[in-house]
Design a protein around this ligand. Structure first.
Ligand code: S2G
Ligand code: ZN
Length: 457
């Protein structure tokens, strides 16, 4: 144990916020799926930006590395201690949970890195506005982690990912200096887009401590439809027609085997009187009731075999329940190999067929569950069966995705999980530039080493 470091950290944040007991640290040291874990000298919880800077200073002086952590809902091992690191601390941002006053005139709000998505959504709602990013981990996911991973979620097709919501950012650099660009200027072309660069940087360039975020008009009408279809090609043709609706906010896809698993795990009744191979969750929202517009488009879609529609909040929640329960149902089966991939629209149907055959041949007897954000060309490929350290199925699926012109990580980021396959999606020129940027921000490699960039960068 590095007593001088612990003493210095206690000096900065107070003894109560330097957690060293193994059972107290445990929840911070393992990821949500149980696949990624490591051991930290301590979990440190600074209460403000100055303390974050001082923690980084003490860490640099002691030569330990730092794993920044928000809500610990990440899925690629990027927010928990590395399994193979010798001296590292977890820097938890949860105490930076300040919410600024909502600026209705600019439709913006400042939020600390530790503010949860649910808290932010409620804060914006109370001011009659809406924060646009929504994802199933909303109770725990925090603003800082969502910025660091450029989180996507359920509304990307209408509002974009987290980067599109970030107007400004506050972050502490490895040398303890503070980058503060929270003024909320919508137009500021005075040089490199540092806020945009830190979105998706996964804790490797700086520690995000706050963000200035865009808010949107809060729709007064919302309608959800569950659609039963025969296959993915049918779902894709319905999607193309749905895109004519300017109120379209979500088009999520599920398959019958995933729905069956979810019904068993979450004790849910089946969504329709008979199972359908492919099911879409479609949601439209606006300042007028979009139900008739949606019904109009669907009436022109012969591919739709079954429909359930709701516009009241309880009814909508019920129609979302099968989609929202996928992650937990898969986690309950065992430690999943989670591949979060995106495909060009015209390759999506081909990919579905090939990935099912591929997983059967590479990991016979394993369980494959597919679901995702069809509107973004993003599928979550989850395989339960192979032990965590047997990554043959991960490699096979990611190579198939790359062959079809897709990305090995659509929204979850690279983290530790996908690092070895970065070159499938990024050119050597990309990696060289990203490495140069990393070196410029974090010359000693103190910030989240082992994440995103190839070893030794
Ligand atoms: C989703 C959540 C995490 C997972 O359901 O949209 O991004 O299980 C996922 O892949
Ligand atoms: Zn997702």
């Amino acid at each position: 144990v590095n007593e001088p470091l612990l003493a210095a950290l206690r000096e900065v944040v107070g003894p109560a916020h330097v957690l060293t007991e193994p059972d107290v640290r445990a929840g911070y040291e393992v990821d949500w799926t149980g696949r990624w874990r490591g051991s930290a000298e301590a979990v440190v919880r600074p209460g403000n930006v100055a303390e974050v800077a001082a923690v980084l200073g003490a860490s640099a002086a002691a030569g330990v590395t730092v794993v920044p952590q928000g809500g610990n809902t990440g899925l690629v091992g990027g927010g928990v201690p590395r399994a193979d690191a010798v001296s590292q601390i977890v820097l938890s941002l949860v105490r930076l949970d300040e919410r600024g006053r909502v600026d209705g005139g600019a439709a913006q709000v400042s939020a600390g890195a530790g503010v949860t998505l649910t808290q932010l959504q409620a804060h914006a709602g109370a001011a009659g506005l809406m924060f646009a990013v929504d994802l199933t981990a909303r109770q725990s996911a925090t603003v800082g982690g969502m910025v660091a991973t450029n989180a996507g979620g359920l509304h990307v097709l209408r509002y974009g990912s987290m980067r599109a919501q970030v107007v400004g950012i506050e972050a502490v650099l490895a040398d303890g200096s503070v980058l503060s660009r929270m003024g909320g200027l919508v137009k500021d072309n005075s040089g490199y887009d540092l806020a945009g660069l830190l979105c998706g940087s996964e804790g490797t360039l700086a520690v995000v401590t706050g963000a200035r975020l865009r808010l949107w008009p809060r729709p007064t009408h919302r309608v959800t439809a569950l659609l039963g279809l025969a296959d993915l090609p049918g779902a894709l043709s319905v999607l193309s027609r749905l895109r004519s609706l300017d109120t379209l906010e979500a088009v999520e896809v599920m398959f019958d085997d995933g729905i069956e698993l979810v019904c068993a795990h979450a004790q849910l009744a089946a969504p329709f009187s008979q199972p359908h191979p492919c099911v879409l969750v479609v949601e439209c929202a606006g300042l007028d009731d979009p139900t008739n517009d949606l019904a109009g488009v669907l009436s022109g879609c012969p591919e739709v075999l079954d429909t359930a529609v709701a516009s009241d909040s309880g009814g909508r929640q019920r129609l979302w329940s099968w989609r929202e329960a996928h992650t937990e149902a898969v986690n309950a089966l065992g430690i999943p190999h989670k591949l979060d991939v995106s495909l060009p629209a015209q390759r999506m149907a081909e990919f579905e067929g090939e990935v099912r055959a591929l997983v059967t041949s590479v990991a016979l007897g394993s369980r494959l569950v597919l679901w995702g954000h069809l509107g973004d060309g993003n599928l979550h490929v989850n395989v339960v069966g192979p032990p965590p350290d047997d990554e043959s199925v991960d490699e096979a699926v990611l190579r198939l995705v790359a062959d079809l012109g897709g990305s090995i990580s659509a929204e979850h980021g690279i983290g530790v999980a996908k690092r070895r396959w970065l070159s499938l999606t990024r050119s050597s020129a990309d990696v060289a530039v990203m490495t140069a940027v990393k070196r410029a921000f974090d010359p000693t490699g103190m910030l989240n080493p082992g994440v995103l960039l190839p070893a030794g960068r």
